[in-house]
Design a binder for this molecule. Structure first.
Ligand SMILES: C[S@@+](CC[C@H](N)C(=O)[O-])C[C@H]1O[C@@H](n2cnc3c(N)ncnc32)[C@H](O)[C@@H]1O
Length: 273
């Protein structure tokens, strides 16, 4: 097992806008915090978090050749450089290191009883490798879930080097005492480890979870669930649907606002049904 006590990296994720400087203290249950993911997770260590369910930025805007994002992939404008407070273009080595540090903080946060659900898509490295394995190397991956999105947004241009990627992975990194919550066993049996769920199309955030994926993650956690890269806050909506406490976090105050508006609209609509 690789040493998980990782050195602090110099290259911090680049922020586009100034963040609020005030430290709000320990995050409150059922709230959305604005700040850095790792700082957020460290504050929650030992506070009863049962699940960390998250999807980080995929470093889509970094192509290693110094070109502008979007110059060799027509959809990357939509997917990558559109985050309101984040450029998503770290050198690949720093990105991997950063994600490993985040996972270490997440694992510490949930302890032996909890579970980390880490969703990440593919990104080719040197035409043949996939860097996901480097990120999770040494962590206790209990199981891999394949999220079959049903279609690919990347058709690879005129001379593609790979088949269109249709699936993403969800790593289940579990504490040694974590077990599947009994009350959902019949659902888990139905889902298995390949989840066929369409991507979310009606959300202004550039890379949101579909509600169904977030709800499945929340059921696996079945307790206080947190998302350090919360974006539009789908984990928070799913948690409320199921009746679980949650805490969200993102660098962007715009996404925080997006979540609170979305929450009001979502539950107002539900009341009308
Ligand atoms: C893939 S999106 C998550 C979307 C979310 N799952 C949803 O359903 O909307 C990743 C998010 O990470 C945020 N982010 C980037 N760097 C961050 C950091 N250092 N700390 C916290 N959030 C960060 C971005 O602003 C972006 O909203």
């Amino acid at each position: 097992m690789r040493d998980l006590a990782l050195p602090v990296i110099d290259a911090k994720p680049r922020q586009i806008a100034q963040l609020p400087q005030k430290d709000a203290g320990t995050p409150k249950v059922n709230s959305y915090c604005v700040g850095d993911a790792i700082v957020f997770l460290n504050k929650l260590r030992g506070k009863g978090v049962k699940g960390v369910a998250t999807s980080p930025p995929y470093n889509k805007a970094f192509n290693g050749r110094g070109k502008k994002p979007g110059s060799n992939w027509k959809n990357s404008k939509l997917m990558a450089d559109n985050y309101s407070h984040f450029e998503d273009n770290l050198p690949e080595k720093d990105y991997i290191q950063w994600q490993r540090q985040m996972l270490s903080a997440a694992v510490e946060c949930v302890g032996k009883e909890g579970v980390v659900l880490y969703n990440i898509g593919r990104k080719i490295k040197n035409l043949s490798e996939d860097r996901r394995q480097e990120i999770v190397d040494g962590f206790t991956v209990r199981q891999l879930v394949i999220w079959n999105r049903g279609s690919s947004h990347n058709q690879g241009g005129k001379r593609p080097s790979i088949l269109p990627p249709i699936y993403e992975l969800i790593y289940i990194i579990a504490g040694e005492n974590w077990r599947l919550p009994e009350k959902y066993l019949s659902e888990f049996r139905k889902w298995g480890d390949v989840w066929r769920v369409n991507p979310e199309m009606n959300n202004p955030h550039p890379a949101p979870f579909p509600l169904e994926i977030a709800a499945r993650m929340a059921k696996l956690a079945d307790g206080l669930i947190v998302d350090p890269f919360a974006g539009s806050g789908t984990i928070g909506i799913a948690a409320q649907e199921i009746g679980l406490p949650f805490i969200l976090n993102d660098l962007s105050p715009e996404y925080q606002k997006m979540f609170y508006e979305r929450q009001t609209e979502h539950f107002a609509h539900r009341r009308l049904l």
